[in-house]
Structures are given as structure tokens and as C-alpha cells.
Design a protein around this ligand. Structure first.
Ligand code: SAM
Length: 317
């Protein structure tokens, strides 16, 4: 497990050390009314800004849901939180009220300016740009992850963190309900996919709440759902795991031996002269996985066993 930074950060911390909600924060502008879509729209218009559909901008205007989500993260004063897609700061303000140190990743430059104006304290750092491209360089090792995630990047981002071995102690995310069902799915069900196995390899996942469209402004066309991820202590980090899981789900209708054969033939992890079919059969046998099985019936423990055998095989053990 590695919740520690890999590279030095280039994030911008706005202003001098102050905490949101404290007397020191007197310099910040008044917060918009986060419970009212009309008020948020007016707040943006006053600044010559608008709502961008392409970035999945739907603001959580349901105060009980916002409070419930922050409670579920269960943080203490001084804890570091990565917040993805802070928007106009509805969740950020609650995290800062809890005394968290928030590093927020926001793609919309207009929102980044608003956030700097609203939260000038040293507990808040804004990283402007696409989180998929910025998080690694700005990783301060925060142990908590929070976000009402833009639907377009939710699965990619979560897969990316796990694949890079960047684990969080606890995560609370809100995503499109369909994506939540896939993330939390168990083997054998129709929602079980590579992202389910990836998430299960490191975390216990619990559904927190379903959010209907009117909880957001503007309302999205689909339901959303929030999930709580808790890092398991038996989490392993085999570098082959994520590539292997993706490869075995590449063609859902194919058996694992066929998908594995293809993976071995194109991945370059076999030594010269070794036949991928023979090797695929041999490593499945050593992992205790029937060659005719399909990935959708394998749990993360089986994928881990297979990744370990392949890794040992690659190292000549
Ligand atoms: N947190 C706010 C709330 O709950 O009301 C807004 C959530 S809104 C669903 C998603 C936010 O993610 C928007 O502010 C959007 O601009 C931002 N966003 C979209 N794509 C992003 C990306 N690739 N990197 C960083 N932020 C992104």
C-alpha cells in the first residue's frame, strides 16, 4: 500500500494560512446558497460564468445528502482529503468546517478562481486542470478521497488510482447509479466487470445512498448513488493485477484461457520461444482456475493468485 506522495507537488495554495469558518477567514467572500439551484445560477452569471454540461456539472443542492456524505467519510481535524470536482465548493466548505486539509482538483478555470476567492485559507489547495493528468504530480499523500464525480471520468479515475498503487484509507464518492452498481458488483452478476474486481482487490465497498435527479441542479437524466470504500489490510499490489484483470474481461464471451492466451501473446511478458497457449494453460492450472471459466465468475482472490503465478513465471521462479 502506498498512500504517500510519488512526486513533488505544483499545487497552488491560495492566500495565507487560514481556516474556513474561522475568524481568520473574514477576508473571504460570502458563500453562495448551496441549497438553491437558482442562487447558484445567479452566482455564476454575476461572474460571467455558466454551467458546462461536458464536465458533468450537476451541483448537489440537497443539504441532508451533503451532510450525510461528509459524515460517512468520518474525518478528524487535520486529516488530508483529496476532493475531486469541487465545483463552487458546496462539499469543500463542509470538509473545511471539519478541520480537514483539502486538496481539490477542478477542471473548470472559472470555478478554480471562485474557490480561491471563497476559501483563501492555507487548509485549502486548488489544483486547476484535468485530475486524470494532475493528481500524480500533486499527490500530497492525503489518506481520504471525496468527490461527487463527473460521470465521464469516475471509473477511469478510480481504476487509475488502484492501478498506480495509490490507495486511500477511506473514500466517499457519488457516481452515476449504473457505475456504482458496477463498482460494487460481486462475481457472477451481470454488473460484475473489470472495475468491480479492481475495486474489490483493495477495498470493502458499501452503498451509502441513492440520489434522485432533483437532489442536483441542473437535474441529471439518471439516478446517482454514493459509495463508501474502506481500505482492507490484506490489499496487495501486484503490478500485473490491473492489466491482467482488464485483459481477462476484454472479451466477456471468451473463456479465461482464450483471453489469457491473447494477453500473453501481445503483452511481451513471456520469454522468447514460449508458446502463449501452453503458458496460459500452465499458469491457470497452477492458480487453480479452470481454463474454461469466464472472468465474470472469478473473484479478486483468483485474479490475485493468477497475477502472482504469472509474476513468478516471469521472474523464472
Ligand atoms: N462538488 C460539486 C457538488 O457536489 O455540487 C460539483 C460536482 S459536479 C458533479 C462535478 C465537478 O467536477 C464539476 O465542478 C466539474 O467542473 C468537475 N470536473 C469535471 N471533469 C473533471 C476533470 N477531468 N478533472 C477535474 N474536475 C473535473
Amino acid at each position: 500500500m502506498n498512500p504517500l506522495p510519488r512526486k513533488a507537488g505544483f499545487a497552488e495554495t491560495a492566500g495565507s494560512p487560514k481556516t474556513a469558518g474561522s475568524a481568520e477567514d473574514a477576508g473571504r467572500g460570502p458563500l453562495p446558497d448551496y441549497n438553491s439551484g437558482n442562487a447558484l445560477g445567479a452566482f455564476l452569471r454575476e461572474r460571467g460564468l455558466g454551467i458546462r454540461k461536458k464536465w458533468g456539472q450537476h451541483f448537489l443542492v440537497n443539504p441532508r445528502a451533503r451532510e450525510g456524505l461528509v459524515e460517512a467519510l468520518d474525518i478528524r481535524a487535520g486529516d488530508g482529503v483529496f476532493e475531486i470536482g469541487p465545483g463552487m465548493g458546496a462539499m469543500t466548505s463542509l470538509l473545511l468546517e471539519k478541520g480537514a486539509r483539502v486538496t481539490a482538483f477542478e477542471i473548470d478555470g472559472g470555478f478554480s478562481s471562485i474557490l480561491r476567492e471563497l476559501f483563501p485559507g492555507g487548509s485549502f489547495t486548488i489544483v486547476s486542470g484535468d485530475v486524470l493528468k494532475t493528481w500524480e504530480q500533486n499527490d500530497d499523500g492525503s489518506p481520504y478521497l471525496f468527490g461527487n464525480l463527473p460521470y465521464t471520468i469516475a471509473a477511469v479515475l478510480m481504476g487509475n488510482f488502484i492501478e498506480q498503487g495509490r490507495f486511500f484509507r477511506r473514500i466517499v464518492i457519488t457516481v452515476q447509479k449504473e457505475v456504482a452498481l458496477r463498482m460494487a458488483a460481486k462475481p457472477g452478476g451481470r454488473n460484475y466487470s473489470s472495475i468491480s474486481a479492481l475495486c474489490a482487490s483493495a477495498y470493502d465497498i458499501k452503498p451509502l445512498m441513492t440520489l434522485k435527479p432533483p437532489s442536483f441542479y441542473p437535474p441529471p437524466r439518471v439516478d446517482s448513488a454514493a459509495l463508501l470504500f474502506t481500505l482492507r489490510t490484506d490489499e496487495k499490489n501486484n503490478p500485473l493485477f490491473a492489466r491482467l484483470v482488464r485483459a481477462l474481461f476484454a472479451s466477456r464471451r471468451k473463456t479465461v484461457v482464450n483471453n489469457l492466451e491473447h494477453f500473453l501473446s501481445v503483452s511481451g511478458i513471456l520469454g522468447a520461444g514460449r508458446r502463449s497457449r501452453d503458458c496460459a494453460e500452465a499458469v491457470l492450472l497452477r492458480s487453480g482456475i479452470p481454463p474454461g471459466e469466464r472472468a465474470e465468475n472469478l473473484d479478486y482472490v483468483s485474479f490475485n493468485a493468477l497475477a502472482d503465478v504469472l509474476e513468478n513465471n516471469r521472474n523464472g521462479k
